[in-house]
Structures are given as structure tokens and as C-alpha cells.
Write a protein that binds this ligand. Structure first.
Ligand code: PMP
Length: 399
């Protein structure tokens, strides 16, 4: 086949390649404790409530719930989400500023479609969410990575990049409990970031926030969108990590002009989101307490994260660095310089533990000595056992 040139830029996901290795090991009768996933724990889905909400959708909305709907999203859901954004995230927005999308992944893809031309520069944190980088690639932008430290994005570095590169069109960031690093920007950093961005008129900020509500430690921080006075920020929210990912219900919050453009693109992409799923989420939000449910998720992930951190501190050899997340689903590990985490993955899977190599989370050249660990899907026993095995694998590699 003669594929479009843009396909040369699209790469297979590294997560898939580690999944293949795990599957091969399991097929040969082995077992693997996997910290490679990026998934919420299915045991925490509110199944009974969703079942009840689903029955209510059939009883109350009948045919309307399975008919075609509006490209912008179901009106009832848009209003409920707008209210949530006003009350929870302190955003000065209403339903006209929202668009329902098929996962925040579609919000990322649509952002690329409406903003990016070939060779425009996209700035992303170093490292960043692989799924976003891959969604941007078909539009053939150039990527520039900006450094982060324990307080978040290094604003001086960003300022320097912006002053030296007039072609910057977009800044894609995950300020809360980042995938993959688990880092969260402080309030001061968020304000300083907005000050720098506000110096420019034509730079759009994509604030991807699927983990923001899963804070289990520390003080809440404002979203960039709530600090946005010029309409530069396009915010992406999602039900995937707080309710269930398979309903694929997420939303974009932006200036009406941006929402209108995305609505046009949505018509061409898939006409509308799944009408039934939107009804299910709306019914759930009206009848149940999503915040109480999020509390349960927080408590469960807090336990698992603390257990993983404790075991890491106890067993990982001297010279290995790691983040200590206040929420979300990931810990980022930096091995001593010279160790290739991707090469080490074969040894790890052989020993019975898996992770994702960090180098794949960089838009350009990545740090080979890095690892992403997920703590949300394994049991407490598996967390302890898996980290002990990984510590041994690292120790052997360091010899
Ligand atoms: N953004 C980030 C940072 C993510 O980690 C993910 C999912 N892993 C997504 C977006 C996509 O989420 P959704 O299910 O809402 O499409």
C-alpha cells in the first residue's frame, strides 16, 4: 500500500510492546506482576449505581437516548458538566464553553486538527503523555521539550524557548499528577506559567487534566483554565479515571470560538459522542454523588501509592531516584546514568515484573535510564512482591 507521508511519523506505542513481551512470558506458563498499565482499577467502578442509572435512562429517556444527538453533546450533560467546572474548578464558564468528546484523547486529537500546521512548534513537558505526542505527530509539528523540577514546569526554561522560537503554536501540559512522572505543579508555578504565556497572543495552552481530582495528599491547586484571563487555555476533563474509561465521556472547556471550531471537526470525525453513554453519565451525576465516589478512589490509590513508596524506599538500591506523587496513578523512577531501562525490561519480565520504559515518553530523544510505574491495578501483595523483584533486577544491572 502507498500510505500517506504522515504515517511515517506515527509510531507503535511502547506500552503495547511491553504488553507483547508480558503476553509471551504468560503464554509460556510464567507470571508477571505488571506495573506497566495506565488503567484505573476496575474494582472501583460504581457498577450498581451505573446499572441503576442505565435502567433510569431506558425508563425516562427511551428512544431519545439511542437516537442521533447534537455534535456538541447532550444538553443535560453539558449543563451538568458546566456546573461541575464552575463549582469544583472555579471556572467562569457555562454550557456554551463546553463540548463533549469521545475521551480526552479525542480532545487532544481535535486540538491538533484545529491548531497545528506542518512545522508549527508544540512544547510539551519532558517527559509527557505518549498518547498526546502520537496524536500530534500526523500533523507534522516539531516538538520542543521543556524541563520540569519538583515544583512543576521550569518557567524560566519555557520563557527562554518562547523568546527564541517565534513558531511556537501550542503548549501541551498535564499540570496535575502527570502521566508519566506523577508530578504536580505548585500554585506559584501555575501563576508564573500563565504570566509567561500571557505575554503572547497566539499561543494556545492545552491543559490535559484527567487525574486532577485524584489528589490524596497536599493542598489543592487551581487549574490553569481558572487562572486564564485571555482565553488562551483549552481544558480537557474526563470521566475515565473518576467513573469508568469505557463510556468514553470527556469534555473540552474553551472559549466559545474554539468550541465552535471543534464542533465542526466533530461533525466530520464521528458526528457526535455515544448518546446512550452521555445519558448514563448525566443520570449518574443527577442521582449519585460522584465526589463521594472519588473519595473512595483516592483512599484506595493513596494506600497503594504509599505501600509502593515504602517498599521502594526499603528495597531500591542507593543511587536510584523517584518521584513521590500527591495523587494520580504513577511514580517515575530514574536509574543511575548508563542503565538502559528498555534493555533491562527483558530481565525484569523474565524475573516476573513489568514496567514501561521512560524513554518513550519523550517527544524527542528520551532519557534511557527512566521507568514509569503504575500502582493502581495491582493488589497490595503484588505491589510489595513486584517492587522487591524489580529492586533485585536493578541491583544486578548496577553491578
Ligand atoms: N491524557 C492523559 C494524560 C492520559 O493519561 C490519558 C489516558 N491514559 C488520556 C489523556 C486519555 O484519556 P481518555 O480516556 O479520557 O481518552
Amino acid at each position: 500500500m502507498k500510505y500517506a507521508k504522515r504515517m511515517e511519523k506515527v509510531k507503535a506505542s511502547a506500552i503495547r510492546s511491553s504488553q507483547k513481551k508480558i503476553a509471551a512470558k504468560v503464554a509460556n506458563g510464567g507470571s508477571v506482576i505488571s506495573f506497566a498499565a495506565g488503567l484505573p482499577d476496575p474494582n472501583l467502578y460504581p457498577m450498581e449505581e451505573l446499572k441503576d442509572a442505565t435502567m433510569k435512562v431506558f425508563e425516562k429517556n427511551g428512544k431519545e437516548a439511542v437516537a442521533y444527538g447534537l455534535s456538541k453533546g447532550d444538553n443535560r450533560l453539558l449543563k451538568l458538566l458546566a456546573k461541575r467546572m464552575q463549582e469544583k474548578e472555579n471556572m467562569d464558564v457555562d454550557a456554551e464553553n463546553l463540548l463533549v468528546v469521545t475521551g480526552s484523547q479525542q480532545g487532544i486529537a481535535f486540538s491538533a486538527m484545529i491548531f497545528l500546521d506542518k512545522d508549527d512548534i508544540v512544547i510539551a513537558e519532558n517527559p509527557s503523555y505518549l498518547g498526546a505526542i502520537n496524536a500530534f505527530r500526523p500533523y507534522e509539528p516539531q516538538f520542543l521539550g521543556v524541563d520540569t523540577d519538583e515544583d512543576g514546569i521550569v518557567v524560566e526554561h519555557l520563557d527562554k524557548i518562547l523568546s527564541e522560537n517565534p513558531n511556537v503554536k501550542m503548549i501541551y501540559v498535564i499540570p496535575s499528577f502527570q502521566n508519566p512522572s506523577g508530578k504536580t505543579w505548585t500554585t506559584e508555578r501555575r501563576k508564573a506559567f500563565m504570566e509567561v504565556v500571557n505575554k503572547y497572543d497566539d499561543i494556545v495552552v492545552i491543559e490535559d487534566n484527567p487525574y486532577g481530582e485524584i489528589r490524596f495528599k497536599g493542598e489543592p491547586t487551581p487549574t490553569l483554565k481558572s487562572l486564564d484571563t485571555k482565553g488562551n487555555v483549552v481544558y480537557l476533563g474526563s470521566m475515565s479515571k473518576v467513573l469508568t474509561p469505557g463510556l468514553r465521556v470527556a469534555w473540552v472547556v474553551a472559549d466559545k470560538e474554539v468550541v465552535d471550531k471543534m464542533e465542526l471537526i466533530k461533525e466530520g470525525a464521528d458526528l457526535q459522542c455515544n448518546q446512550f453513554a452521555q445519558n448514563q453519565v448525566a443520570e449518574y451525576l443527577e442521582n449519585y454523588d460522584l465526589d463521594a465516589h472519588i473519595e473512595e478512589i483516592r483512599a484506595a490509590y493513596k494506600n497503594r501509592c504509599e505501600l509502593m513508596m515504602k517498599t521502594i524506599k526499603e528495597y531500591f538500591p542507593e543511587g536510584v531516584k523517584y518521584t513521590d506523587p500527591d495523587g494520580g496513578m504513577f511514580i517515575w523512577v530514574e536509574l543511575p546514568e548508563g542503565i538502559d531501562a528498555n534493555e533491562m525490561l527483558d530481565d525484569a519480565i523474565e524475573a516476573g515484573v513489568a514496567y514501561v520504559s521512560g524513554e518513550f515518553f519523550y517527544a524527542n530523544e528520551g532519557k534511557k535510564n527512566t521507568i514509569r510505574l503504575n500502582y493502581t491495578t495491582m493488589s497490595e501483595e503484588q505491589i510489595v512482591e513486584g517492587i522487591k523483584i524489580l529492586a533485585k533486577v536493578i541491583e544486578n544491572k548496577m553491578k
